[in-house]
Design a protein around this ligand. Structure first.
Ligand code: MG
Length: 361
């Protein structure tokens, strides 16, 4: 099964409500879809969003990387030579992790299809079902309380609250949400780099003193502020999760070896796909640092690729794959079942998406 061509197209899906973090506000998923074609007529699908504020990638840059660099580098290679293809994919252009991720997942889709097995089983997994949290966007307090209650009503028992815009007012937000949803709901807090190290320690300590019982705090300080991450991690009891601070396996080694965070958030768009994400899982296993698998504003192709990874690895103990839940419609056919907080894997070979309503060129 030889790679013949890589085609791309755009999918646009409205969100149920605008997605707001300390970094941006977005109303649509607008992602590049990748279709890798083989000489035997098989197709593998991948997807990449343009998350310029985090990865630096735009739809145009993703498309150019695929058309001008990745396609010529791997065209003509046999899909069974996965290791060889991956070496080419990751050496033909620097960075451009979203483009690499989209192609990587399409390759794994094809690889698993050719072996007639669902991807999570190929990756060594046996978990039929995983549970995701749901993101609550940054808004005024009454809105966030009502969004949180709505999420709990829909069956989500883990909420990921976006904060980081207003320092100590963030504590009031979390306190109001905790009071409204009660003790049983797990609350995660994502500051998206919105605090400095000293404020982060004050804010997190305050939440600890108030007994708000926070599951973890994600990326309190700037991505490049490695010392700041270490400062916060060593001075608080709450688990600190590195997100924007960890893209590559090299980042993961440094985070783990220097204990700069208690957990790491693996996202395919940061690692450049599953192949590199597996390396981070191995590093995390060695250091016994638990991982979250997360997503950007992605629809069901990319999120499902991440779900297969999550279902395959025990070191992944937290799942933040709410992309499809945030979308107003599901335009695809096939793939894992997204049933509220539950993501149910099935035995369809590959990632499982079989119909993609996109015009490829
Ligand atoms: Mg995050």
């Amino acid at each position: 099964m030889v790679i013949k061509d890589i085609k791309t197209g755009i999918i646009r899906i409205p969100l149920v409500t605008p997605f707001k973090t300390a970094l941006r506000t977005v109303e649509h998923v607008e992602d590049l879809i990748v279709c890798v074609e083989t000489d035997s007529g098989e197709t593998g699908y991948g997807e990449a969003p343009a998350t310029a504020v985090i990865t630096g990638d735009t739809l145009g840059s993703v498309q150019t990387a695929i058309k001008d660099f990745i396609t010529p580098a791997i065209r003509g290679m046999d899909i069974m030579d996965m290791d060889g293809i991956q070496r080419k994919l990751h050496s033909c252009i620097l960075k451009n992790t979203s483009a690499k991720a989209a192609v990587d997942m399409a390759l794994y889709d094809l690889y698993a299809k050719s072996l007639k097995t669902p991807l999570y089983k190929l990756l060594g997994g046996n978990a039929r079902e995983i549970e995701t949290d749901l993101t609550i966007s940054v808004n005024d307090i009454p809105q966030m309380v009502s969004d949180s209650l709505e999420a709990v009503k829909k069956g989500f028992s883990i909420l990921k609250i976006k904060v980081g815009k207003e320092g100590f007012q963030d504590v009031e937000r979390i306190a109001a949400i905790r009071e409204a949803v009660g003790k049983e709901v797990r609350i995660r807090v994502d500051a998206n780099q919105g605090w400095n190290a000293k404020d982060a320690v004050r804010i997190i300590s305050r939440m600890e003193d108030m007994g708000l019982d926070i599951d973890l705090v994600e990326q309190p300080v700037k991505a490049h502020d490695f010392e700041g991450m270490k400062y916060v991690t060593s001075r608080t009891f709450t688990r600190i999760l590195a997100d924007e601070s960890v893209f590559s396996p090299e980042d993961a080694i440094r985070i783990c070896a220097e204990r700069a965070a208690d957990m790491m958030n693996i996202k395919l768009m940061k690692t450049g796909g599953i192949y590199e994400a597996l390396k981070i899982c191995s590093i995390a296993e060695i250091y016994q640092v638990e991982c979250m698998v997360g997503c950007m504003l992605e629809s069901k192709i990319a999120v499902s690729a991440a779900a297969h990874l999550a279902a395959a690895k025990h070191i992944i103990t937290a799942v933040d794959l709410d992309g499809p839940s945030l979308c107003k419609i599901d335009p695809y056919e096939g793939g894992p079942l997204y049933d509220g907080a539950k993501i149910v894997m099935n035995d369809t070979p590959g990632i499982g998406i079989c119909r993609v309503p996109v015009t490829f060129s």
